[in-house]
Ligand binder design. Structure first.
Ligand code: NAD
Ligand code: DAU
Length: 355
């Protein structure tokens, strides 16, 4: 039986990954370590409650004892680190926790793994072990109107979020270069799909549109992101866990570049039709003050993972966005719960002055 320690498994991508893996493999054990910050939500895992192949542990990746005890108790073959502070706007408002979780948390996981898996006397690692760092295309900085990020594009992060993720990547590679730790880093473009916290563009716009609230588009809305349906990202991580070559970085992206304004207009159009409500219109779009240091364009060249591991994105955007909108409309209770309480305060602080 293959055993995984997944961190951040109650968040957006982590919970999708757990669903993906439990659907795909019957003989599997996933230990899920999550601090349950504002972004972590056990409701994302509700339908697998009671499934013995998934063990949830509430805890912090920065806590040495928690992580060491877990490694000792469950002896996982593979650690997949999704846990992070993940929202660029929050990192601009308050960077400190991004350094704590994304940098110190990652180095704690690396150190604990090393204690459990490495024999300093022989400089050898237990066979069959692997550490996967789930990183982001944002570590490469921003592109002009053409070109793509490849794995050899120099790191040039701009936001506190992307700087913290780039720092973590450098530490992961340092453990590989120094101790020959068996690692992979994945760098994916923007994900969309079920269970994404509505601080991010797509679920925020779906939530506001269904309520006919203003749709806050930063600046001119012509920034470009390379959108990938989350299940395709999960599939890529599974393939890297299975067959990724030690020490390699893999870029993951769907060759699906869209401007923000296109995304927002697509959501409006879809919801107007689905909800049969003519009050849902582009008049809801409100251009607001731009994000500080806003990266203009991201685009991934996924050729390496295609060639080496046979990965390709299966879900065309036109299909993925419909699946996504359907999911949020079918799960309005989920959306209502995550947008009550603290979310209202967050929204007011982030958008109050802008709107
Ligand atoms: P998310 O914010 O939805 O989830 C993060 C999860 O980590 C939450 O469940 C949270 O409770 C948990 N967490 C936070 N701090 C923790 C800590 N100290 N200890 C343990 N758990 C902690 O994030 P996401 O969008 O699912 O992103 C997951 C990973 O993928 C992140 O590392 C992110 O950088 C990376 N990534 C995200 C995207 C994207 O488009 N969302 C794209 C590429 C890479
Ligand atoms: O590229 C991968 C990254 O994608 C991940 O590493 C991050 O964790 C993830 O949050 C995401 O970062 P972005 O900043 O690209 O995603 P976000 O959804 O916050 O914003 C997408 C674009 O939409 C960006 O250009 C900013 C813009 N935007 C966002 C919000 C929330 C708006 O115009 N209005 C908004 O209200």
């Amino acid at each position: 039986m293959k055993k995984y320690l997944v961190t951040g498994g109650a968040g957006f991508i982590g919970s999708n990954f757990i669903h993906y893996m439990l659907e795909k493999y019957s003989d599997i054990l996933i230990i899920d370590l999550d601090k349950l910050t504002y972004a972590g939500n056990l409701e994302n895992l509700k339908d697998i409650e009671g499934d013995k192949r998934h063990i949830f542990i509430k805890g912090d990746i920065c806590d040495r004892k928690t992580v060491s005890d877990l490694l000792m108790r469950y002896d996982p073959d593979c650690i997949i680190n999704f846990a992070a502070e993940s929202h660029v706007d929050r990192s601009i408002a308050d960077p400190q926790v991004f350094v704590e979780t994304n940098v110190s948390g990652t180095v704690n996981l690396l150190g604990c793994s090393m204690n459990a898996w490495y024999d300093p006397a022989t400089c050898t690692w237990l066979p069959g072990k692997k550490f996967i760092q789930v990183s982001t295309d944002e570590v490469y900085g921003a592109l002009g109107s053409d070109g793509f990020f490849t794995e050899s594009t120099p790191l040039s992060p701009h936001s506190p979020y992307s700087a913290s993720k780039a720092s973590a990547d450098l530490l992961v590679m340092a453990f590989h270069d120094t101790y020959k730790m068996p690692v992979n880093i994945t760098r994916c473009s923007n994900n969309y799909g079920p269970y994404q916290f509505p601080e991010k563009l797509i679920p925020l716009m779906i939530n506001n549109t269904r309520q006919k609230k203003q749709l806050p588009v930063y600046g001119d809305g012509m920034q470009v992101r390379d959108w990938l349906y989350v299940k395709d990202h999960c599939k890529a991580i599974d393939m890297v866990a299975e067959n990724g070559k030690t020490g390699e970085v893999y870029n993951i992206g769907g060759h699906n570049e869209r401007t923000n304004i296109f995304i927002v207009k697509t959501i409006i159009e879809q919801l107007r039709r689905r909800l049969e409500d003519e009050g849902i219109s582009e008049a809801l779009i409100t251009h607001v003050a731009d994000r500080l240091g806003h990266d203009r364009r991201y685009a991934i060249d996924p050729e390496k993972i295609r060639k080496d591991l046979g990965w390709f994105p299966e879900t065309p955007f036109e299909e993925g966005i419909v699946l996504t909108i359907d999911w949020y409309l079918d799960n309005e209770a989920w959306m209502d719960r995550v947008t009550s309480g603290n979310y209202m305060k967050y929204y007011e602080e982030m958008y109050g002055n802008r709107l």
